[in-house]
Ligand binder design. Structure first.
Ligand code: C2G
Length: 129
């Protein structure tokens, strides 16, 4: 029974996010998504269109997701892996190598990002119409 977790902002949910979540769930039995809080996004210097409550509820509605928790610090990953009995941490490969320090606790997997789509591109696409 393989338990996976992934972390992210998940603003303006798009096919890149869905591709990742579907692939993770394809090799796990339970998927937790830690969605960045508005406060943590400020720490990441990331501006969001949707507030945390909306982003969290939208991700929680996806068939591939079993649980959504808040992500409010860089350090919480180790705690999450222990507290939730995580077997694998999965991220898109823009994060390749960044979380290898967790390898003593669980598997760490980086999957190729979906090319040609990002929240930033979506925003500019909408404005440009
Ligand atoms: N992603 C993807 N393909 C895209 C865009 C995003 O596979 N075209 C993946 C990212 O690699 C990430 C996840 O979707 O694994 C969520 O992306 P973001 O919401 O941009 O997450 P980010 O701001 O990178 O936050 O502690 C980790 C951070 O919270 C990650």
């Amino acid at each position: 029974y393989r338990r996976a977790i992934t972390y992210g902002t998940y603003d303006l949910l798009h096919i890149g996010h869905v591709n990742l979540l579907r692939r993770i769930r394809g090799f796990s039995d339970h998927l937790i998504v830690a969605v960045s809080t508005d406060a943590f996004n400020a720490i990441k210097h990331k501006v969001c269109v949707q507030p945390y409550a909306e982003r969290a509820e939208i991700v929680a509605a996806l068939r591939y997701v079993d649980l959504v928790i808040p992500e409010d610090s860089w350090e919480q990953k180790r705690r999450d892996v222990v507290n939730y009995g995580i077997d694998v941490v999965v991220m898109g490969d823009d994060w390749a190598g960044k979380f290898d320090d967790l390898a003593d606790l669980c598997d760490v997997v980086y999957l190729p990002r979906t090319e040609g789509v990002s929240t930033t591109m979506r925003k500019t696409d909408i404005i440009a119409r």
